[in-house]
Write a protein that binds this ligand. Structure first.
Ligand SMILES: [Zn+2]
Length: 73
């Protein structure tokens, strides 16, 4: 009886670990999408920066006013 109880606990532990692992993996892409939504890439030097710090010119995002002007020239 004690052996069965131990096996039961191991099985439950394994299921809990498995479910946690699945949740962790499922949460990762959503988190990455959230980061992408807040981040833009400079069209001139390809650097990533927060959307609210970006300079937008001609519908493109730049890391600085200088790069916006250089890219246009
Ligand atoms: Zn740049």
């Amino acid at each position: 009886m004690v052996a069965r109880l131990l096996i039961g606990l191991v099985v439950i532990g394994a299921i809990v670990m498995f479910v946690r692992g699945m949740r962790g993996r499922a949460a990762a892409p959503a988190e990455r999408r959230a980061v992408d939504a807040r981040t833009v890439r400079c069209a001139h030097c390809q650097v990533y920066l927060p959307r609210d710090e970006a300079v937008v010119a001609d519908g493109r995002s730049y890391c600085s006013r200088e790069h916006a002007e250089q890219s246009r020239a």
